[in-house]
Design a protein around this ligand. Structure first.
Ligand SMILES: [Zn+2]
Length: 60
């Protein structure tokens, strides 16, 4: 598996799709990203398995 994976997440406020780089070596993680369009922060929960990213979920 790649250490760095790119995931696409959709902004829950405006629908913009953002691409994030995830460091799989850090394990499951939560990231907070500001949307480049509407500037609202989104919290993204990323679950990492031994095969890479297993789920990407935007937290409300
Ligand atoms: Zn947005």
């Amino acid at each position: 598996m790649n250490i760095l994976e790119t995931v696409s997440v959709q902004c829950p406020s405006c629908g913009e799709v953002m691409e994030l780089q995830v460091d799989c070596s850090e394990g499951s993680q939560e990231l907070t990203e500001d949307c480049p369009v509407c500037c609202k922060p989104s919290t993204i929960a990323i679950t990492i398995s031994d095969k890479g990213i297993s789920s990407v979920e935007i937290l409300p």
